[in-house]
Ligand binder design. Structure first.
Ligand SMILES: Cc1ncc(COP(=O)(O)O)c(C=O)c1O
Length: 307
């Protein structure tokens, strides 16, 4: 185990960048971006925070291998493979669908980083959380349950949420300086961890990147103390659904990067920033506010898109 790297990944001096763009200046709004994407060149973004609680648990209980699930462009699979390689533990990626002749760049990286890839049909993949599927999976892989810690898809679950409580302390910021905090949400686990570590005076906005995400607020609430208010899930900025894009989204991402020098990805951070842009323009963000946006990474997955 590479303790030096473990400590470096738990740093509390990540860059917080102030961006002065015209659409913000018009409303006298200050925007700071917490750059989780700059954490490490391969272990990037919220994925580290979602993994770390699982890894702590796995190491403390003597597991030698972490196994998890994902699709061909999964940020989670990529970050887990990278953590295994750089921190020094074995990894197995159970991948949805047949093995393609030309692997995605994500899966090519994962193999290069030493992850063992195991492909399962889409039908079987839907059963991944069941005990029966997992027992059969371990048998097919020829590994023992006492060696392999199973991390849920995306690094979610209570341990994933717990790790995300360390996101705000990762930058030199005082959360009470902000009126609102914005971040992208897929399962809502990262949002739940951020809410748990933030003062109730700061409004937290999780931008759902998938369609019909009315369920997400309920999932987030399960991880919060009863009656915790001061947060909401924005469900209108999915741009057609998970992984879907629109010409407006892609041109906004290009424009944002040109103006600020900060790259965004089309699956998560681009939709979050587009949501914030819209909320600023419609007046949902009060003039004169100070806002923190969390850059949750995902840039490796952006290689699957043509801009
Ligand atoms: C880059 C990026 N941002 C945000 C999220 C959303 O995280 P969560 O599923 O915890 O809501 C993900 C997915 O985990 C992600 O890969």
């Amino acid at each position: 185990m590479n303790i030096e790297l473990w400590n470096a990944l738990n740093r509390s001096d990540l860059p917080v960048q102030n961006v002065g763009l015209s659409w913000l200046q018009r409303k006298n709004i200050q925007l700071d971006i917490l750059r989780l994407d700059l954490l490490h060149h391969e272990i990037s973004g919220n994925k580290w925070y979602k993994q770390k609680g699982h890894l702590e648990h796995a190491f403390a209980h003597g597991y030698s291998t972490a196994l998890s699930f994902g699709g061909a462009w999964s940020n989670h699979i990529h970050a887990l493979a990278a953590s295994g390689h750089h921190l020094g533990f074995s990894t197995i990626g159970v991948i949805r669908g047949e093995r393609a002749e030309n692997l995605s760049l994500t899966l090519q990286d994962a193999e290069r980083l030493g992850m063992r890839l195991h492909f399962v049909s889409r039908k079987d993949y839907r059963e991944k959380h069941t005990e029966e599927f997992q027992n059969q999976l371990l048998a097919d892989l020829g590994v023992s349950a006492s060696d392999v810690w199973i991390v849920p898809e995306g690094g979610s679950g209570a341990l994933g949420v717990k790790g995300c409580e360390d996101i705000l302390p990762a930058g030199r910021i005082n959360p009470t300086d902000y009126q609102q905090i914005w971040l992208a949400a897929g399962t809502g686990a990262t949002t739940a961890g951020v809410i748990r570590s933030a003062p109730e005076s700061v409004e937290i906005h999780g931008v759902a990147v998938l369609k019909g995400a009315d369920w997400m607020a309920g999932d987030v609430a399960q991880h919060l103390p009863e009656g915790r208010t001061g947060w909401q899930i924005e469900t209108e900025y999915h741009c057609g659904g998970y992984g879907k894009t629109t010409p407006d989204l892609l041109s906004f991402i290009r424009f944002f990067e040109e103006e600020s020098g900060i790259p965004l990805d089309p699956v998560y951070t681009g939709k979050m920033m587009l949501g914030l842009f819209d909320a600023v323009n419609t007046g949902a963000v009060p003039e004169g506010s100070r806002i923190l946006a969390i850059h949750t990474g995902g840039l490796q997955g952006a290689r699957g898109y043509v801009f």
